[in-house]
Unconditional design. Sequence first.
Length: 119
Amino acid sequence: QVQLVESGGGSVQAGGSLRLSCTASGRAFSSGRMGWFRQAPGKEGELVASISLNGLSTTYTDSAKGRFTISRENTNNTADLQMDRLKPEDTAVYYCALRDGDSQSYKYWGQGTQVTVFS
């Protein structure tokens, strides 16, 4: 079983930065694609960024491109989301999630961390 724990959320003024970290326990961390999702009140959840097992393939939602950077370190079972030039519309609960091997769905989820951006 894999457990994911997010950290690094908080409140920041617009234009500021936050770095979210996801720490995993269990062997499955080094087997699948990792993603960061967010859920804002009254909105559908969205995949903000994802990164392949080897770190060579990344994806970003349009609103995150150029501002967010996803990375992972398999030896430490960690995955980070560096968020720069934050905007109030980035306010949400952020979740890290992990696919199991070649599965196309995210099987393991963290408990979420709140990010609040105020203007």
